[in-house]
Design a protein around this ligand. Structure first.
Ligand SMILES: NC(=O)c1ccc[n+]([C@@H]2O[C@H](COP(=O)([O-])OP(=O)(O)OC[C@H]3O[C@@H](n4cnc5c(N)ncnc54)[C@H](O)[C@@H]3O)[C@@H](O)[C@H]2O)c1
Ligand SMILES: [Zn+2]
Length: 392
């Protein structure tokens, strides 16, 4: 038996932002990041559509990348002062995740981040407000997921708050809002979406509902990401990437992710390597490693007229190169001394990451280290998981 949870309403397509005109409520707080939603006009349009729905709106701005608990608490105080019955998260995933966490503190002011980070600790939501998510990056799928990632900079830790209670009520997937994304953000977020669909497809709790979404999302990303990177104003392609990211989000919020994410979380936290970039460095070798226990990568290779995991891993490398992402951790600029000092901790923490539980192959610590070291050098790991070969 399994359960499939997604938002009650998902509006998608170019111009779908206008569905805001139909939503119900009295007062909205719109949570945004920096200036991108002001510059690209999406904030102004959002406020105008809310006005047509007779909803008054106020803005909480300034959410930083990888939002902090301090920002979340400031936002929650603003909510308490303004008493919204609708929360709108508008922007990249950082703004939307911060809005989700502010919403929790608004409903439960006594919460602590440590408590909330315990699995499924979030109590019943929607006592004060419901949640509308409007993403402007095509990557994390937060508009769909029951997940918010918040950072405690004092403790140097990123906390995932996980609960289906955090699944937005309304998601708006309008590719027009993404046309202003810079090329490197398009590349990193698009490769993050690819890692969601590939990891969900081979998850050890995968099922056919999620397989269908994940596989089609892989296909869409390979067909559209290079064009989105090279022709930012191509709106059809922006919509295809936005849909793909959303479909990958539907799959992974239900069947979870694997060790690409377990390992990438450590590279992000320790070296600040952008999440999608770290995933794209790790993914080909994780595919090679996992292929010993699953033949599901063969289906993904078949999308290219190929037949096995090794060939699919090469297609991922080609896509990574096509959108200007570095092929190794060393090439990102991490020196060997620093790498050797950190590798043991990185591997130990990756083993403990919750995503490891859903990987199709149960890794040993030494195998995680071997995959990390191969990815550091830009070498190919062998399917045994412990030896690697130099790229020809
Ligand atoms: N909630 C989830 O399901 C989930 C899943 C994976 C990762 N995450 C978290 O998501 C965060 C990263 O989110 P992200 O990748 O969306 O990046 P982001 O929100 O940090 O945005 C990256 C940059 O792009 C800019 N930007 C966003 N949209 C733009 C647009 N349309 N035009 C111009 N500039 C734009 C932002 O202002 C920012 O400078 C991390 O904190 C990560 O841990 C969350
Ligand atoms: Zn991810």
């Amino acid at each position: 038996m399994a359960k499939f949870v997604v938002p009650k309403e998902i509006h998608h397509g170019l111009g779908s932002l206008e569905n805001l005109k139909e939503i119900k409520g009295k007062k909205a707080v719109i949570v945004i990041g920096g200036s991108s939603v002001k510059k690209n006009g999406s904030l102004e349009k959002t406020q105008a559509f809310l006005k047509e729905a007779n909803i008054e709106s106020v803005v909480f701005g300034g959410v930083e990348a990888d939002p902090s608990i301090e920002t979340v608490k400031k936002g929650a105080e603003f909510f308490t002062q303004e008493q919204p019955d609708v929360i709108v998260g508008l922007g990249g995933c950082s703004a939307i995740d911060a809005a989700k966490a502010m919403w929790v503190y608004y409903e439960y002011p006594e919460s602590t981040l440590e408590e909330l980070a315990a699995p499924f600790a979030v109590k019943t939501m929607r006592n004060k407000a419901y949640f509308v998510a409007i993403p402007t990056t095509s990557g994390t799928g937060t508009e769909i997921t029951g997940l918010a990632v918040i950072t405690d900079h004092e403790k140097g830790t990123k906390y995932p708050i996980v609960s289906h209670e955090l699944t937005p009520d309304v998601a708006i997937i309008d590719g027009e809002l993404c046309a202003s994304m810079p090329a490197h953000v398009t590349a990193n977020t698009g490769l993050d979406a690819l890692s969601h669909s590939v990891e969900a497809y081979v998850s050890n709790i995968a099922d056919r509902y999620n397989d269908a979404l994940a596989k089609d999302s892989v296909d869409l990303i390979f067909k559209n990401l290079p064009t989105a990177y090279n022709e930012p104003e191509n709106l059809e392609v922006r919509q295809a990437m936005h849909d793909a990211s959303c479909m990958a989000g539907m799959a992974f919020t239900n069947v979870w992710l694997g060790i690409v994410h377990s390992m990438s979380h450590q590279l992000g936290g320790t070296f600040g390597i952008p999440h999608g970039c770290a995933n794209a460095i790790l993914m080909p070798n994780v595919i090679r490693y996992n292929s010993k226990v699953t033949d599901k990568y063969n289906d993904l290779a078949a999308l290219f007229g190929k037949c096995n995991a090794q060939e699919f891993a090469v297609e991922v490398e080609k896509l990574r190169d096509a959108v200007g992402v570095v092929p190794s951790i060393k090439a990102y600029g991490i020196d060997e001394k620093t790498w050797n000092e950190k590798i043991d901790t990185l591997a130990e923490n990756a083993m403990k990451d919750p995503c490891t539980l859903f990987n199709p192959r149960k890794p040993e610590l030494e195998e995680i280290k071997a995959i990390y070291n191969a990815c550091y050098e830009g070498k190919k790991i062998n399917v045994d998981g412990l030896t690697c070969t130099i790229y020809s």
